[in-house]
Write a protein that binds this ligand. Structure first.
Ligand SMILES: [Fe+2]
Length: 228
């Protein structure tokens, strides 16, 4: 067996037993900090390929004044990042997100909220009627988006905006419920710590960054599918 595959399998076997991706919507595990993230990622599943998205993205704290206003850092800088799913304005966002700690900042939490704790059956009719669209037109077409389409949930108060009255009503309800739910807090506080998140199910956010946490560095990989 090639070394890379053996190492990837070893990482999988070290998955925290109490966490099951299907049950919780996320999975924590440790990886060898020396192992390239792409080796780990390719052992986990099929990467999400897109022309303008790097296979491995590096996330570091940034001051908002230095960033473009179409990024989270450009809007929120070192403050708390509000709950969202990644690339919610894309017609089909990546299914899973892998975050891996390169430089830990022990007091900065990755926060997660399960869509199941903010959506309920009584909202189904409203969700069917509610339309959203990308905040900025990516091209001449405006693609109308549903918050929940089959198994695909999306939410982002920055990148998508209501396109009709039902959308405004739904946005108000979701914003209110997000405030009421207690999120799960994950601390990637060791080099190699990983979390795999179901991006069609879980909202995520980030805690604020203080002066002692400016060294925080996280790698991110998007997946089309994972093998579990
Ligand atoms: Fe994100």
């Amino acid at each position: 067996m090639p070394l890379s595959k053996a190492l990837a399998l070893k990482s999988i076997y070290r998955l925290h037993q109490e966490s099951a991706l299907g049950d919780k919507g996320f999975l924590r595990f440790e990886s060898d900090p020396q192992q390239p993230i792409l080796e780990i990622a390719r052992g986990l599943g099929e990467l999400f390929e897109a022309e303008n998205i790097a296979s491995v993205q590096t996330l570091v704290p940034k001051m908002n004044a230095d960033e473009q206003d179409n990024t989270y850092s450009g809007n929120f800088g070192l403050d708390v990042f509000p709950f969202h799913t990644d690339l919610a304005h894309w017609y089909v966002p990546p299914r899973y997100i892998l975050l891996r700690c390169v430089n830990p900042a022990e007091h900065v939490a990755t926060k997660l909220i399960d869509r199941r704790s903010i959506l309920d059956e009584q909202m189904r009719d409203l969700m069917n009627r509610a339309h959203f669209r990308s905040r900025k037109r990516l091209d001449r077409k405006t693609c109308l988006l549903k918050i929940l389409h089959n198994n695909l949930f999306r939410w982002d108060s920055l990148y998508i905006t209501p396109a009709n009255k039902a959308g405004i009503e739904l946005k108000n309800i979701i914003d209110e419920r997000i405030q009421l739910v207690k999120p799960k807090e994950i601390f990637l506080d060791k080099c190699g710590d990983c979390i795999l998140v179901d991006n069609w199910r879980m909202l995520h956010g980030r805690g604020s960054i203080n002066n002692d946490s400016m060294h925080r560095k996280i790698q991110r990989v998007y997946f089309k599918e994972v093998r579990f």
